[in-house]
Every structure is written in C-alpha cells, then in structure tokens.
Design a protein around this ligand. Structure first.
Ligand code: CP
Length: 323
C-alpha cells in the first residue's frame, strides 16, 4: 500500500480486516516494524478517536508519532496553486508539505470540507496537494469526502460480530445505512465512505435510507438499494449504521430534521435483532436515543475501539511497502 485515501488503495479488503483482527489478538506482534520511523499526524479539524487510535497504532508498531493541531496552532495554509497570498493564509502547502516530507516517513492528515462549495470539496484539493508536495505516503484521517479508517473499522466490527453470531442459512448480512437528525450541517464523508467500502466489499445486502433530497453521490452509493421509507428499509436488518449528513445536491444544507428519523426501539424491533453502529461522536437523544445507545444492540464502543487495529493494519502495510 502506497497511501491510504480511499478503498481504491486497498488490494484485498478481507486480508486487511484479517490483519487488523490479528493485531487485536496480538498488538505487539510487529513492535519493531516501525523502529526509527516517524509519522506526523496533522489535524486541521478536531478529533478524539482518530487522533488517539492512530497514535496508539503507531506506538504498537514501534513508530514515533508527532501530532500537530495545525488548525489551532499552525500557520494558516494556502492550498490554491498560483494564489496571491494577500489574505489570511500565511504559508503555501507547496512550501510546508516538502518540509513535512523531510521530517516524517508517513504523513497523516485530517481536513474537513467547507460545505460551502461542492465542487471545491469534492475535488479533495487539500489532501491532494499534500500528496503532490510531501513526497511521502499520505494517510487520510478524514478528508473532505471520505473517512477510510472509519470504514475499515466498520467492516472489521461487522466481521467480528458475524464470526460471533453466524447468519444461519443466509449467505450475506443485511446492512442498512440510515440518515438521522442533527442540529448542524455535517459532511457526507462517513456515509460516502461507508457506502464505498460496503459496495467494494460486496459481502452484504446493502440498503441506504434517508429522507427526500438527502441523496448521496452515486459515485459512492452505486450498488446499494435506496429506500426512502425507513421502516421498510430496516426490515430484517442485521446491522444498522446510523449517521447524519447534510444535503449533497443543494450542497451542505439541512432540509429536514424530522425526529421521526431518530432510530427508536419500536422501529428497531422490525430488524433481525440488529447491531446498531455509529462512528461517534453522537448527539444523544438527537441522532440516537439513550435507550438504543445504552442497550445491548449498540456496538459503538466496540466499533470505536477497533479504530486502533484498523490504523495499525494500514500503517503496517505502508511501512512494509515503502522501504
Ligand atoms: N469517528 C471519528 O472519526 O471520531 P473523531 O472525530 O473523534 O476522530
């Protein structure tokens, strides 16, 4: 693996999942793989799970990890080529990234979308400029449109639950991604990425449900069944992934915030005793209620704890392939 920006950087999803599960069973199996190597984790936006799990994963491999909260502590970066920098930006990525490429062996970056201009966000300019100018492998810690470490974690968690509770005579689990209400306009990254990975994985009956006008980009959803009626979509589901996203077509808007879309126990009852997933952080009693989050159906803590093994599997692959 040369970089980790999307599912397209992965040759074999199942092999990567198995590698992550092997690290979960034996966290220090490759404790010398990253000796004398350094990863720089740049955060242009806030994080808890991604930041800490990536640090732990790097340490498990013997790597040094340096975190830089660029968004709070660094110079304001410019990303546009040929920009006349007479505004707020102080340093061009063209100047900063090559230096980071000398300091580190791997560069990991979190950069959220603006949600103001779809073409700009979906061009993934920020992460692409780091790839172009850093000259070392780049790992996405969530970009403008995708969150691949989260999606790998999600499949690891689904796989673990399938191992513990097989499907009987069915050959595929039913996985439903459902939109949920939220008070803020959120990126489409987690939903896009989950759809992209589940479609590429190809081992699920995959359904997406959302209110009218909340269609995601077909670039990511193609292959999934879209059902606008949540109750119908949830029928017999084995896994329900709950997530809010803002509108894609009329970009970055909140059209609906209907609490009817919050997954309640009564509606969950139509599922096949489904495990409920969420990437976290979650707004309790807005996106998901206490009854679900604190109930036996919730696997959100298991899911978030698996972030370490996802990051460790990815870093390990990059270390092995970039010597
Ligand atoms: N799910 C996730 O990426 O969490 P953080 O924003 O806390 O990193």
């Amino acid at each position: 693996m040369k970089q980790f920006i999307s599912v397209h950087d992965v040759n074999n999803i199942d092999a990567l999942v198995q590698k992550a599960l092997a690290y979960k069973a034996s966290p220090f199996a490759d404790k010398n793989l990253g000796i004398n190597k350094r990863i720089g984790c740049l955060f242009l936006n806030p994080s808890m799970r991604t930041r800490l799990s990536t640090q732990i994963a790097a340490q498990n491999l013997g790597m040094e990890c340096i975190v830089f909260n660029v968004g709070q502590e660094g110079w304001a970066l410019e990303f546009e080529d040929e920009a006349i920098m007479s505004g707020n930006s102080v340093e061009h990525v063209k100047d900063a990234a090559p230096i980071l490429g000398k300091y580190f062996d791997i560069l990991a970056i979190r950069t959220f979308p603006s949600l103001k201009n779809r073409e700009d966000d979906y061009s993934e300019l920020y992460i692409k400029q780091f790839i172009k100018y850093a000259g070392i492998p780049v790992v996405s810690l969530e970009s403008a449109t995708l969150h691949p470490l989260q999606s790998l974690t999600d499949i690891i968690t689904i796989q673990e639950n399938l191992l513990n509770s097989p499907l009987g005579d069915r050959d595929k689990p039913k996985i439903v991604l459902t939109w949920a209400p939220h008070v803020k306009a959120l990126p489409q990254c987690v939903a896009n990425s989950f759809a992209q990975w589940i479609n590429a994985w190809g081992k699920a009956d995959f359904v997406i449900t959302h209110p009218e006008d909340y269609e995601l980009s077909e670039e990511f959803t193609k292959g999934a069944t879209i059902i606008k009626n949540q109750e119908e979509a949830l029928k017999d589901a084995d896994f329900v992934y709950v997530k809010n996203w803002s509108t894609y077509r009329d970009y970055g808007k909140i059209y609906a915030n209907d609490p009817k879309w919050q997954l309640k126990k009564k509606r969950w009852a139509v599922t096949n005793n489904a495990k409920v997933m969420h990437c976290l952080p979650v707004r309790r009693n807005v996106e998901l209620n206490d009854e679900i989050l604190d109930g036996p159906m919730s696997i959100v803590t298991q899911q978030a704890s698996n972030r370490v093994w996802a990051a460790q599997a990815v870093l390990s692959e990059i270390l092995r392939n970039n010597d």
